[in-house]
Design a protein around this ligand. Structure first.
Ligand code: UDX
Length: 446
């Protein structure tokens, strides 16, 4: 993969060094480009320059260190440096949900564009990658008209990377989507992604609104698929059926497919929940609200799974949380990530704690981030310590080390041999035959 920096390639800047930007910067350097990562947080920039990724993402440390050493990658807080030295500028900053509203907070995107604009040259290309409301590219074009040199081009190039697979998804994406309004911009994008295009990655050229919509449409579909199977889980619970078998059976139909049909605590993270809400908000502004009312239901089904899990825990403990110790296995929104944004597991842990139980939280990677959001929870670094004398274990994130737990080994440690498998990640038979009360979401009680 690694090749020496070629002088005819454009130099790239990547604005924003979170999960998306840091990964994109390191991966583009790996593809042989000279890359300048920009962030307004000097501490983050120092960490990245010293070869440390400020979050957990498999394989990213190696990639970062290798490309720093090769001299292809550096990080700075200076927009001036990025504007002067690079010709293609990727906007990779966050678009979180606005507090108290569904819409996305766009201040980081416009802040980044405004900070960069005075420093870029007429032949430069600004490429949006952040997930944004449709219409943003056009708004950036208008903004640049008064703030940047005449001739600066804009392209929209959504990112589809999953946390935990971010490097793989960036270096071997399913597809590349590029929204442009000129041949010049398309040519530059083809140059930037030449190594991937040569690798037969499908390259779709669209207008701006289509490129912007592709991202939120994809995430809405994925969220809908998860909520569909979780709605089936609700029906299975009422009918005494098994949602995991149901998912397996419908998944064999290639029109349906088996991926993203894992029923459980539902989706969380920094993307799916806020993206479907921002999409609804934007559709409303465009007068197309009715088209997306189903996403409200998708959101509701998802949140209901959390409330149901709290109820199931209460029932399993005989109807009362008081005086009981519950150990939440998992704090992150999914395994192989340290991200606790909108984490179903953490949300349930807090709800059970508020309902009166003594709650301990274990997670292999997410404790530091969880502590920042909920400093008063009882976090345990050691798994055995976390489960010792617990009345109930609750698997909220399907980390491998939980999937591999041996029920026989734990029996003597806990106060009550009861587990709720809120991710359908364990073998019910193995736990029940070891003497445990095993409950799961969407599956028969015994
Ligand atoms: C998602 C999209 O997959 C990615 O393409 C987009 O660019 C960003 O948002 P990510 O947030 O990293 O990526 O996580 P993803 O793997 O999609 O999982 C999202 C949530 O859904 C997790 O909480 C996961 O536990 C849950 N999930 C996923 C299920 O509950 N069931 C499933 O079958 C799959």
């Amino acid at each position: 993969m690694t090749e020496p920096a070629a002088t005819n390639k454009p130099v790239l800047s990547v604005i924003g060094t979170g999960y998306l930007g840091a990964t994109h910067a390191a991966c583009m350097a790996e593809l042989g480009f000279t890359v300048i990562g920009v962030d307004i947080d000097p501490a983050k920039v120092d960490l990245l320059n010293s070869g440390t990724v400020p979050f957990y993402e498999p394989d990213l440390d190696d990639l970062l260190q290798r490309n720093l050493r090769a001299g292809r990658l550096r990080f700075t807080t200076s927009f001036e440096e990025a504007g002067k030295d690079a010709q293609v500028h990727f906007i990779c900053v966050g678009t979180p949900q606005q507090p108290g509203a569904y819409a996305a907070d766009m201040s980081q995107v416009f802040g980044a564009v405004d900070a960069l604009a005075p420093h870029i040259s007429a032949a430069d290309l600004v490429v949006g990658k952040s997930t944004v409301p449709v219409g943003t590219a056009e708004e950036i074009v208008n903004r640049l008209k008064s703030t940047a040199a005449i001739g600066v081009e804009v392209a929209w190039n959504p990112e589809f990377l999953r946390e935990g697979f971010a490097v793989q998804d960036t270096l071997k994406p399913d597809r590349l989507v590029v929204g442009v309004t000129s041949e010049q911009a398309e040519r530059m994008m083809r140059e930037v992604y030449a190594p991937l295009i040569a690798d037969n990655v499908p390259f779709l050229v669209t207008d701006y609104p289509t490129a912007e919509l592709v991202k939120v449409a994809a995430n809405s579909f994925l969220a809908t698929k998860i909520s569909f199977i979780n709605a089936m889980a609700e029906v299975c619970e009422a009918a005494g059926a098994d949602v995991t078998k149901l998912a397996q059976a419908i998944g064999y139909d290639p029109r349906i497919g088996s991926r993203f049909l894992a029923a459980g605590l539902g989706f969380g993270g920094g993307c799916l929940p806020k993206d479907i809400r921002a999409f609804m908000a934007r559709a409303g502004e465009l007068g197309a609200e009715e088209a997306l009312t189903f996403l409200r239901e998708v959101d509701q089904i998802n949140l209901r799974r959390r409330a149901h899990t709290v109820d199931l825990a209460r029932k399993t403990l005989g109807g009362d949380f008081r005086g009981k110790v519950v150990t939440m296995l998992g704090a992150t929104f999914k395994p192989d990530s340290d991200d606790v944004r909108d984490s179903p597991a953490l949300d349930v842990a807090v709800a059970i704690s508020n309902a009166g139980a003594t709650v301990r939280v274990h997670d292999p990677k997410g404790i530091a981030n969880a502590k920042r959001v909920y400093p008063n929870m009882d976090y345990r670094e050691d798994l055995l310590d976390a489960v010792t004398d617990a009345d109930l274990l609750l698997l909220g994130t399907e980390w491998r080390e939980y999937r591999e737990l041996d029920p026989h080994q734990l029996t003597g440690k806990v106060a009550g041999a009861a587990i709720i498998d809120a991710r359908n990640a364990l073998d019910p038979q193995a736990w029940r035959s070891a003497g445990w009360i095993y409950r799961a979401l969407g599956r028969p009680t015994a």
